[in-house]
Design a binder for this molecule. Structure first.
Ligand code: F6R
Length: 617
């Protein structure tokens, strides 16, 4: 949720930290701060607001030093104020700390520490960790951090510095992502919660595991495993593998677009191509998914698949349910990860569990796949971020290869997830009796998707004009049937996230069971009406809305002159196979939400209250 970046090396820390924070701002952006060691002490600067505000403060009131830690916050405990911004300190200001995650036993610890005389200056849960380090400090920061960890429950990724050590940062991970960047041609070591913060400087990355503490100095790092027994402090140095990241900087810049979200919407023809690259076997009419090889026997024996995820990833799972059931005739259930993890799920033999996640770090999805594994299910991930926790902890997986997604509202990651699920469905279907010819035509349809998305993108001006008419709306309804029902949910989610217009998605036929009461001339309704089995039924629903004065926007496939006379706006989309139509249909809905949000003056890439990666429950 929040973003952490830290640097220790030969260079001046402040510009490097500010730059890293800027790259992380999509993770949380309600307050920001940094601490650097000046050589004689720790200097802190922090503020409520954005990284730009922090940068301005530093111009007015500069600090300098060659080691520092910085943070951009998404508030959990305590309002987004300067006092609650990180870094946080102990009573004497001798320890500075930045923290991601949630300390679940912070109330009990705060009470105990207060009785011991500690004075708290923030309302955050994180501050208790600074005081625990102070309690345990006997001249060695890493030992004190390790001791503090034995007393906290919850999730953390943290970085700490001590006034006594000008060239040392101690970091620790338990449940919240943290990685180290190893300087390539310079004496420099980095810590970050996200590779985007360090990519400009190094592509040599070390991923920390839970219960690892690392000591960072300009010349490198040492990593210690604290052991699983949290009652005691273990102390076992662990060799760490260095991974090479193949993203380049261009992928995390706007490339001339006004917003990351628009860039990412426009990237989608490539996104779908990348998700399928090397995986389509045209001749055999199937897909090759090497990352699932290890699960092949389980997949062949599977009697049921549970797909789990949150938000947009959950919507992708719903589309996946339609695809897998129709194509492979394998029962699929979709569960919100946050519900699955706590509801004592039934995992009978023959059940596979797949976690879908762009970031690979979403706390609920991670907990759900862990719970599934604990109950004995073979697990797989459908994950975008390479090396992320869900990718590492599941037994097998499909990387979606969407590249970094910076816009907080997910767009390209969604189409990559659905494309990956389509590949999965095809592969399983062919192993369960789908004919080669049918497989081939599905492959051809998949192969044609990038061009179809390109056609939709070419209609952006028309969609912008539709947006102009509805930018003042207070509510929106999205309706679709079959595999387009999840697209109705996704269209509504996109709109509410970035424009703050209340929007709901429903299966079209459900409208008359309640939502129809909301229809009047102030209620725009977006229908998905591709030609197909339920087309005539959707037309009936459109008539029902028009009869009550509702304003109707319809996504249609092909030429629809008759419909055009009945409804307020038609958005034509090219047709593909019904099971793949969601991948095409979601694109105009993303554009509609984007343009409405821009017209309303909203901060599209950093919508209020949201964060890109939800690493807390
Ligand atoms: C919506 C959105 C969120 C995420 C959700 C899961 O635009 O981005 O709903 O889809 O927080 O995130 P991941 O996919 O990273 O697990």
């Amino acid at each position: 949720m929040c973003g952490i970046v830290g640097y220790v090396g030969a260079g001046e820390a402040v510009p490097l930290l500010l730059n890293g924070l800027g790259r992380l701002e999509y993770r949380g952006y309600d307050s920001a701060g940094l601490a650097v060691h000046s050589g004689s002490g720790l200097d802190l600067r922090k503020c409520a607001g954005r990284v730009e505000d922090l940068a301005q403060r530093l111009v007015a009131n500069p600090v300098a030093g060659k080691a520092g830690i910085a943070h951009t916050r998404w508030a959990t405990h305590g309002a987004p104020t300067r006092a609650n911004a990180h870094p946080l300190t102990d009573c004497r200001g001798e320890v500075a700390l930045v923290h991601n995650g949630v300390i679940e036993n912070c109330d009990a610890l705060r009470t105990k520490l207060s009785k011991l005389g500690h004075r708290f200056t923030s309302e955050t849960d994180s501050e208790v960790v600074a005081h625990l380090i102070e309690e345990a400090f006997e001249g060695n920061l890493e030992r004190a951090v390790a001791a503090a960890l034995t007393r906290v429950e919850g999730t953390l990724g943290l970085a700490a510095m001590s006034v006594h050590d000008p060239a040392r940062i101690v970091v620790a991970r338990r449940g919240a992502p943290l990685l180290l960047g190893i300087g390539e041609n310079e004496e420099a070591t980095w810590v970050a919660s996200d590779v985007a913060a360090v990519l400009e400087h190094t592509r040599n990355i070390v991923y920390l595991e839970d219960d690892e503490v690392a000591i960072l100095t300009p010349s490198g790092h040492e990593t210690i495993n604290l052991g699983r027994d949290r009652g005691r402090v273990g102390w076992e140095p662990v060799p760490k593998e260095v991974s090479r990241i193949d993203w380049d900087l261009a992928k995390i810049e706007k490339a001339g677009y006004p917003h990351f979200m628009l860039r990412e919407i426009h990237e989608q023809p490539h996104t779908v191509r990348d998700a399928m690259r090397g995986r389509l076997l045209a001749e055999e009419g199937t897909a090759r998914l090497g990352g699932l090889d290890e699960l092949r026997p389980d997949i062949d024996r599977a009697e049921r698949i549970v797909l789990t995820g949150c938000g947009t990833s959950w919507h992708a799972a719903l589309v996946g349910e339609y695809i897998l059931e129709a194509l492979a005739r394998l029962p699929v259930e979709v569960e919100y990860a946050s519900e699955f993890r706590y509801r004592d799920p039934i995992i009978a033999p023959g059940t596979l569990v797949g976690g879908i996640s762009q970031s690979g770090e979403t706390a609920d999805t991670l907990a759900a796949v862990r719970e599934a594994a604990r109950l004995g299910a073979p697990t797989f991930g459908i994950v975008n971020v390479v090396g992320s926790t869900i990718a590492r902890e599941t037994r097998a997986g499909i990387y979606t290869h969407a590249g970094p997604e910076i816009g907080v509202a997910s767009t390209k990651a969604f189409v990559a997830q659905v494309a990956s699920l389509a590949l999965l469905g095809l592969m399983i279907a062919r192993r369960r009796g789908l004919g080669r010819e049918e497989g081939r035509s599905f492959v051809r349809a998949l192969d044609g998707l990038p061009a179809l998305i390109g056609e939709v993108l070419a209609t952006e001006d028309h969609i912008r004009r539709v947006a102009e008419e509805f930018a003042d709306a207070s509510n929106f309804l999205y309706l679709g049937r079959g595999p387009n029902f999840p697209i109705a949910l996704e269209g509504a989610l996109k709109l509410k996230e970035i424009s703050y217009i209340h929007a709901e998605g429903y299966p079209a036929a459900e409208m008359k069971h309640g939502p129809i009461a909301l229809i009047d001339e102030n209620m725009p309704v977006v229908f998905m009406a591709p030609r197909g089995a339920v087309y005539s039924k959707v037309l009936l629903n459109i008539e029902e809305v028009k009869a009550r004065g509702g304003r109707v926007i319809v996504l249609v496939t092909g030429r629809e002159t008759d419909l055009g006379r009945k409804v307020d706006h038609v958005i034509p989309v090219p047709a593909t196979l019904p099971l793949l139509q969601p991948i095409v249909n979601v694109v105009p809905l993303q554009l509609l939400a984007y343009h409405i949000a821009v017209l309303r003056g909203c901060d599209v890439d950093r919508p209020r209250n949201l964060a890109k990666t939800v690493t807390v429950e």
